[in-house]
Ligand binder design. Sequence first.
Ligand code: SF4
Length: 165
Amino acid sequence: MSPILISACLLGHKVRYNGSDAATGHALLAQWQREGRAVVVCPEIAGGLATPRPAAEITAGRGGASVLQGLARVVVADGSDVTPAFVAGAQQALAVARTRGIRVAVLKQGSPSCGSAFTYDGSFSGGRTALPGVTAALLLHNGLKVFSEHQLDEAQAFLQSLDVL
Ligand code: SF4
């Protein structure tokens, strides 16, 4: 049964920047946990950040791939640079994926680490950019399929396609 990497906050862990979780209560998340295939990760905690912590965004709407290339930074509203923690957390998530043979992830949408379809653009004014966060970008670059909490049925279909191989 294929394992799946899942953002801790989606499973009810209170690890978001503001100390909250992002539990959806979706039946598929509970099913994956019952099946023992859920591998829980919070890249920002893994990278050494605390909860709560200041909200962070990727500079200039460049997205996570640019951070990994050294072309953008992750900052908080006062300009403090938290890039090393975000990169370290992404690398740890990838290491877990490799160790466990994980080929699919379900990550929290919009996060500067976990966002896949969009992240916030560094203006701290709610502006978005259609680029993934640091962890999502690293996992995508290494061949994982990344879904958000809004694509759980698609993720399940992909898992089933892996399980019949
Ligand atoms: Fe959730 Fe990812 Fe943010 Fe951790 S880094 S709180 S798992 S969105």
